[in-house]
Ligand binder design. Structure first.
Ligand code: F0G
Length: 465
């Protein structure tokens, strides 16, 4: 092993036991779950890398702040503290609370997207695309080509290809584009950042046509960290300042506070435009609750407020990204194909390369993640054809260029020895990959976001020989 990851900048005050299982128990659990790791019970999983969303360890200060939660239905003082923190760190004037990120997306999409609209973005995310499609919009991926190449070492694989963006505007007409929806970082590309320089150019194009830019800010702090590390002229600046600059280039943001802000639940929509804020507040009371709690308890807003402050602390973000990188480097050293460079929140295994003997129709990423659970007791999630779903107009399966398994690392939750256990387990699966007998096929396929509740069966007699 070449090196340690940065020191965890905290010590442990409370512990939570994790389940230890046998391979026979995991084999049984996998059959019951229809070979879908989303349907496993948490007590069947030893190291849970399904997501970094809502699974982060909260700090003593966050837990203390929760006791200050003001649960008033109207005008909760927790809301005003929360609003002030979002305004201060993200810089948007209007802050509309929601119960999580997709609720903010729902409200934004209902306000802005009409049938026949087109929305460009730096790769899709399932929840953002589902909301734009449910409102009759069509998504256009305008990310740079390097983002679709797991081996490209481009430092900003989240950048927008400006030629693709301009061509798309030309093709559909700017009047049919209600917003650009830009992710920082880009989850589906492997947690890859967008550069400030690229976003500034996207801003110019947006201004030429009077189109607003909305930022998906779920992991914008991690994006700011990468800008500090990689973008010329940014290394001496604080992550907080860079985060501010990212937001300053945009007209609003949808936010899942379950990521960067270390909260178990919560989100927000923030905008600069008064009329859009008014329309969004009108919908928040329909779908979420009063515009001063938006589906959150007062204590949730307190946890987010404190979490925002902690999220931009340099040693905190350095340790977070460093831990992910450590796991990635161990896998790279062992020759396991992963998306490079290592992203901010997760390791993405290149399932198409690892299981090159399993055809795309037999869902190599879903197969690999089932095998990893069986052999190593680690839970990840499919990020390939199953997540991509079907094209709503043709009904055909979408086969995205990237067929990945994601191992997302919750913030402050696991230690270096957990990362070593994960690395050892994945390396074992990689060495044994020829023993994976075949792929998986759908036996139950839900319509929307099918990856959550789909069920599968192996195409061979057994999953692993
Ligand atoms: N945007 C991005 C980039 C996300 O990663 C997520 C959630 C959302 C929006 C939606 O937020 O879950 O609070 O409704 N991603 C989680 C994940 C589920 O595992 O990547 P939410």
């Amino acid at each position: 092993m070449s090196r340690a990851h940065p020191i965890e900048p905290y010590r442990i005050k409370t512990v939570e036991a994790i389940p230890v299982t046998t391979r026979a128990q995991r084999a049984e659990a996998l059959v019951r779950a229809g070979y879908n790791t989303c349907l496993l019970r948490a007590d069947e999983v030893t190291i849970d890398l399904f997501t970094d969303s809502g699974t982060n360890a909260m700090s003593d200060r966050q837990w203390s702040a929760m006791m200050l939660g003001d649960e008033s239905y109207c005008g909760s003082s927790s809301f005003y503290r929360f609003e002030a923190a979002v305004q201060q760190y993200y810089g948007y004037p209007h802050v509309i609370p929601t119960h999580q990120g997709r609720a903010a997306e729902n409200i934004l999409a209902q306000c802005l997207i009409k049938p026949g609209h087109h929305v460009p973005g730096n790769m899709y995310f399932p929840s953002t695309r589902v909301h734009l499609e449910r409102n009759g919009g069509i998504f256009h991926d305008v990310i740079i080509d390097e983002a679709h190449d797991p081996n490209s070492e481009h430092p900003f694989k989240g950048d927008v290809d400006l030629d693709k963006l301009r061509a798309m505007i030309e093709q559909v007409g700017p009047e049919n584009i209600p917003l650009f929806w830009i992710h920082a970082t880009v989850n589906m590309a492997g947690g890859q950042p967008i550069s400030l320089a690229n976003l500034a150019k996207v801003r110019e194009v947006a201004d030429q046509h009077g189109i607003p830019i909305i930022l998906d800010a779920a992991r914008a702090v991690e994006n700011a960290w990468f800008i500090k590390q990689r973008e010329p002229g940014q290394s001496d600046r604080s992550v907080a300042d860079i985060l501010h600059d990212l937001c300053a280039l945009t007209d609003g943001a949808t936010m899942s506070a379950k990521k960067d802000s270390f909260a178990n639940i919560g989100g927000w929509l923030a905008v600069r435009d008064d009329a859009l804020a008014e329309a969004a507040r009108g919908l928040v009371v329909v779908y979420e609750g009063m515009h001063t709690y938006g589906g959150m308890a007062g204590r949730d807003m307190e946890a987010i407020t404190q979490g925002i402050v902690e999220s931009v602390q340099e040693h905190s973000i350095a340790a977070r990204v460093g831990q992910v990188e450590y796991l990635g480097e161990r896998l790279i050293e062992a020759g396991v194909p992963v998306v490079r460079p290592i992203g901010g929140h997760a390791i993405f295994l290149d399932a198409a390369a690892i299981l090159s003997h399993v055809p795309r129709e037999e869902l190599p990423a879903q197969t690999l993640i089932a095998a990893i659970y069986l052999i190593a007791g680690v839970r990840g999630v499919e990020r390939g054809a199953v997540s991509a779903g079907r094209d709503p107009s043709t009904g055909e399966n979408r086969y995205p260029p990237l067929e990945l398994v994601r191992l997302a690392i919750p913030r402050r939750t696991y230690t270096q020895s957990h990362m070593d256990a994960v690395a050892d387990g994945i390396i074992d699966v990689y060495k044994e990959r020829s023993q994976i007998a075949g792929g998986l096929t759908f036996v139950h396929e839900p319509k929307a976001m099918r990856f959550f509740q789909a069920r599968f069966a192996p195409t061979a007699d057994v999953l692993v020989r």
